[in-house]
Design a protein around this ligand. Sequence first.
Ligand SMILES: *Cc1c(COP(=O)(O)O)cnc(C)c1O
Ligand SMILES: [Zn+2]
Length: 412
Amino acid sequence: MAIATRSTLLQGLRCRACGELQPADERYVCAECLGPIEPEYDLDRSRAEDLRAEITEGPRTLWRYAPLLPVRDAVGDSPVGWTPLIPAPRLGAALGITHLYVKDDTHNPTLSFKDRPVAIALARALELGLDTLACASTGNLAGAVAAAAARSGLRAFVFVPETTEPGKIASAAAYGAHVVRVTGTYDQVNRLCGRLADEHGWGFVNFTLRPYYAEGSKTLLFECAEQLGWTLPHHVVVPVGSGALLTRTATAAAQLRAAGLVDDGHCHIHAAQASGCAPVSDAVLGGRPVTPVRIPETIAKSIAIGAPSDGDGAVSVVNASGGSAASVGDSDIADAIALLATTEGIFIEPAGGVVVATARELARRGVIHDGETVVLYLTGSGYKQEPTTGELGPVIPPDADAFHLAYEEVLR
Ligand SMILES: *Cc1c(COP(=O)(O)O)cnc(C)c1O
Ligand SMILES: [Zn+2]
């Protein structure tokens, strides 16, 4: 495997609770107060031109942002990231949004954005010399971890609720991972893994490697900004599970500004959740802290996390950015999947349907003003999913008359 070593501007890990800056060693919580720690970089506007040149000359993967990622040895040859940002005029016309784009992150090796955080967690696991990757997953993370482990010759244990879609379980198993199916909700799976993480010396991507894992989620906004000619979109609509993607979207915007790569402009970050599990959206709309949802019930299983670890962080990020939120029902989610597919030819899973339906709701409420750029994060493909649309049309014998008869109405 080709290892491209590029410079990182990482200075250390800063505790979000007590503010202490500490070295990037094996720790994954603050050594002083056990608070959450996050990578911090040496960013300086006076070097913006050099940094921009280094990025634009980099590989057509997320590793082009190596200076703003927390690992020394970037694993450079896995084709993760640099997915298309696609103008979506036909969807925009249907939603009443003039400058609409979709960030199509279904173009990743395992068909979801989870390949991004996993790429960073894997690189860190290799730096630490670990031989096993593990995770607690709502479905997509399991596949991303399993594939990354396979590519690097590592062992993988992936833990999922037993109700996870068969397509997601089957693909994770195909990569050779031990797929541990657990009775109960994602939050119960998560608590189990929290106990196992300390016990085994595994690279648990969303526990012991979380400070690194979460950094991969910044790269969606990095790419959107670069693809828009180094400007931030006015609005980003983000699906929320644990809240890592949403909070790191704000981190990414702050880092792009601090490095002088974009101008200080507004970037409103909006939370998209399903009404069957909307702890973050409900908190934003109700102007109160997150109340956990005990038993999530929605077809958007990949974001059905009742007690999101970055939930309160996500609420403050949305508020600080001047963003909003929506929680949308399952039938609106299914309609939104069909709307995107029939207007733009892109097939997404329910988490994406939540985003499209949220954009419709925001436009209806007048949150988006004329001429503002709007980006929708499409984080997962419909191809690993159970069907959400019922009607498949008739089956006919191989006979022209039978065709004409069956499609009489359509042909008229
Ligand atoms: C995991 C996931 C999300 C949510 O990501 P978080 O960082 O956990 O908030 C969104 N969409 C899809 C398809 C996912 O798999
Ligand atoms: Zn601390």
